[in-house]
Ligand binder design. Structure first.
Ligand code: HEM
Length: 196
């Protein structure tokens, strides 16, 4: 395990893996909703099967994310004003996880054969699941980006070192080109080496 941490310096600084893992259920379950909607609109069996897989992976991913989250809540220190945000986050996240499993079990039990009203209700429930998921993610981000939960204290920058901003996205892309093709030359551009 330790070699993984050596290749990924960011991972080494994390208190827990919850913020790493959450991307999987967020991506799988939101794309599931869209693909399943397209499957219904175009009556496509192929898209329906893709949606099944997305939902399955998302439901499994959500359980793992929730387990890491419950562990994070036990171990990451948070002030009283954050406690309520954490409970709201937990509420929406567990709702989304339970709804994802409900949708999955429904699809497995009926083997993908829906009655028209059932299909409509299934998609409405999927929308409700994604809304819970988005709200959970939003409250999660609020904890991190506003209140710094799970974030190490940022050291003060040395005096006189005013933080610099990057000028344009084109410059960023040009810099990357120089990194992968070192001898390429762009007029008027300073070569920039990053410390490793
Ligand atoms: C499907 C389930 C879940 C999803 C998708 C989810 C999503 C998120 C997201 C997006 C963040 C912000 C991460 C960042 O900005 O880097 C977060 C943070 C957090 N979540 Fe969750 N969450 C889930 C379940 C839970 C549960 C059940 C708990 C338990 C109460 C929980 C506790 C936390 C805590 C304590 C943080 C602060 C950051 C940390 O130290 O981990 N999460 N979550």
């Amino acid at each position: 395990m330790t070699f993984i941490v050596e290749i990924f310096p960011g991972l080494r600084e994390m208190m827990n893996l919850h913020p790493v893992w959450v991307h999987f259920p967020i991506a799988f379950l939101s794309v599931f909703f869209l693909v399943d909607l397209l499957a219904a609109v175009f009556r496509s069996r192929a898209l329906f099967v893709v949606a099944n897989w997305l939902l399955g992976l998302g439901a499994l991913g959500a359980v793992v994310a929730a387990a890491f989250g419950l562990q994070a809540a036990l171990t990451v220190p948070h002030p009283p004003q954050v406690h309520e945000i954490l409970e709201t986050h937990r509420y929406f996240a567990l709702n989304a996880t339970a709804l994802a499993w409900l949708l999955l079990i429904w699809r497995l039990l009926n083997r993908g054969r829906f009655w028209l009203v059932g299909r409509l209700f299934h998609s409405l429930l999927a929308l409700f699941m994604v809304l819970n998921l988005m709200l959970a993610a939003d409250y999660g981000g609020l904890m991190v980006y506003k209140h710094g939960v799970g974030v190490k204290a940022v050291p003060a920058w040395p005096p006189g070192a005013s933080g610099h901003r990057h000028g344009s996205a084109w410059d960023e892309l040009r810099e990357w080109m120089h990194e992968i093709i070192p001898h390429s030359h762009a007029p008027g551009h300073e070569h920039h080496h990053h410390a490793h």
